[in-house]
Design a protein around this ligand. Structure first.
Ligand code: NAD
Ligand code: ZN
Length: 347
C-alpha cells in the first residue's frame, strides 16, 4: 500500500507499467504545480497519455462546486473506468481527488502522492475522502482506498514552516497513542524537514496499521482522535471568530488538555503529564483560550458528530504509547484541563 519513492520515482513508474491505465489524470493545486509536479514529470516514464488538472490552493475550494468542475473535466477528457487519478498535494488534494475519483462512473482508481507533512502521515492514508459542505467539514464523502500511496519526504523541503509544524502534531499524536519509541524519537527535535524525514515512515505505518484493524472506525481507529475532541472545539471557536488557527496547533493544545484528563483520571503520572506538556509547549505557540466561554467549548464538544446522547467520549492515553477510546470524563475534569492549559505557558 505505502511505498517510498526513490529519486527516479521507479516505484511509481513500475506501478503504472504494471497496472496499464488508459489515461493518467494528475491533480495538483497551484503550489504543488509549482513545487512538486516538475519533479514528478521529470521522472515519469510512460507512453500512456496524461492530463494535468490544477485547482486553486486552500480549504475554501474543497467543495461541491470544485468537485462538479472536476467531474466535468473528466468527462471532457473522455475518461473511462480504466483511467488513473494521481493526487499530488496536501490533504485538500487527496481528499478531493479521492472523492471525485471514487464517485466518477461509480469509481475509478486513484493513487496519492502526498506533499505536505499532514497528508503524508495522515490524510493520504486510511481511505476517507470528502469535501466540506455549508458549514460542515468533510460532511460529504466516501470510504475509498487509494490503490497506492507514494511517499517522497523530500517534498517537505518547500513546505512553509507553519504547515510543517501543524503536520508534526499528528506525528506526536502517533507516538503518544501507539509508540513510546516514536514519541521519544520526536520529542525535542528541532523542526526541520531533514530532522523529520527519517520518522515519517514510522508515523505512516502507525496510521496504516490502526486503519487496517478498524476501517470503519468502530473501535481502535477512534484512538486517532486523541487531542481532537478539545482541539476541534478550539479550532471551531477560532474559525467562528474569523481567526483560523492551523489544525495541528489546535490538536497540540488538545493533546495537552486531554493528557490532563488522563492525569486527573489516574491513568498517567504527573511526570508523564509534565513531559508531554513541556514537549508540546516548546514547539507550539500558546492558543490563548481565556477569551472563550467554557460552556461554548463544552457545547461544541457535545455537538461533535462523534458524540451522542449528551455524553462526550474521549480517546485518552493510559500510558505514553497506548490509548483508550470511548472514555467518559466529568465536566469538572474538563474544566480542570482547560485551566491547566491556560496556566501551562506561564513562566
Ligand atoms: P492543504 O492541502 O491545503 O496544503 C497546505 C498548503 O500547502 C496548501 O497551500 C498547499 O498548496 C501547500 N503545499 C502542499 N504541498 C506543498 C509543498 N510540497 N511545498 C509547498 N507548499 C505545498 O492542507 P493539508 O494541511 O495538507 O491538509 C488539510 C486537509 O486534509 C483538510 O481539508 C483536512 O480535512 C484533510 N484531512 C483529511 C484526513 C483524512 O483522513 N482524509 C485526515 C486529516 C486531514
Ligand atoms: Zn488531525
Amino acid at each position: 500500500m505505502i511505498s517510498f519513492l526513490d529519486d527516479n520515482f521507479s516505484q511509481l513508474n513500475q506501478y503504472i507499467r504494471e497496472s496499464e491505465p488508459s489515461l493518467l489524470l494528475l491533480l495538483v493545486d497551484e503550489n504543488t504545480h509549482e513545487y512538486c509536479l516538475p519533479t514528478v514529470l521529470a521522472n515519469l516514464e510512460t507512453t500512456i497519455p496524461f492530463e494535468i488538472i490544477e485547482i486553486e490552493a486552500g480549504e475554501e475550494v474543497k467543495n461541491i462546486a470544485t468537485a462538479a468542475q472536476l467531474w466535468e473535466i473528466l468527462s471532457e477528457f473522455g475518461t473511462d473506468r480504466n483511467a488513473l487519478m494521481i493526487n499530488i498535494g496536501g490533504g485538500v488534494i487527496t481528499d478531493m481527488g479521492g472523492f471525485v475519483a471514487s464517485t466518477y462512473k461509480r469509481g475509478i482508481k486513484f493513487i496519492n502522492i502526498p506533499t505536505t507533512l499532514l497528508s503524508m502521515v495522515d490524510a493520504s492514508i486510511g481511505g476517507k475522502t470528502g469535501i466540506d459542505h455549508q458549514f460542515y467539514k468533510n460532511i460529504i464523502g466516501t470510504f475509498a482506498m487509494p490503490e497506492k500511496i507514494f511517499a517522497y519526504p523530500k517534498f517537505l523541503q518547500t513546505l512553509p514552516f507553519t504547515e510543517l509544524r501543524s503536520g508534526f502534531a499528528e506525528m506526536l499524536k502517533h507516538g503518544l497513542i501507539a509508540s513510546a519509541q516514536h514519541w521519544n524519537n520526536l520529542k525535542g527535535i528541532e523542526l526541520t524537514p531533514e530532522n523529520i524525514e527519517p520518522y515519517v515512515v514510522d508515523s505512516m505505518n502507525i496510521k496504516q496499521q490502526v486503519v487496517e484493524q478498524d476501517f470503519k472506525e468502530q473501535n481502535i481507529r477512534k484512538t486517532l482522535n486523541f487531542g481532537h475532541t478539545i482541539g476541534h472545539a478550539i479550532e471551531s471557536l477560532y474559525l467562528q471568530q474569523e481567526a483560523p488557527v492551523p489544525h495541528g496547533e489546535a490538536v497540540a493544545a488538545g493533546m495537552i488538555m486531554e493528557a490532563h484528563l488522563s492525569y486527573s483520571n489516574n491513568l498517567i503520572s504527573q511526570d508523564a503529564l509534565t513531559e508531554i506538556t513541556q514537549a508540546i509547549i516548546s514547539i507550539y505557540p500558546n492558543l490563548s483560550i481565556e477569551h472563550f466561554n467554557q460552556d461554548d467549548i463544552y457545547n461544541l464538544m457535545l455537538n461533535d458528530k462523534k458524540n451522542s446522547n449528551g455524553i462526550i467520549k474521549f480517546s485518552i492515553i493510559d500510558n505514553i504509547g497506548h490509548c483508550l477510546y470511548d472514555y467518559e470524563v466529568t465536566k469538572s475534569q474538563i474544566e480542570d484541563a482547560l485551566q491547566y492549559y491556560k496556566d501551562a505557558y506561564l513562566p
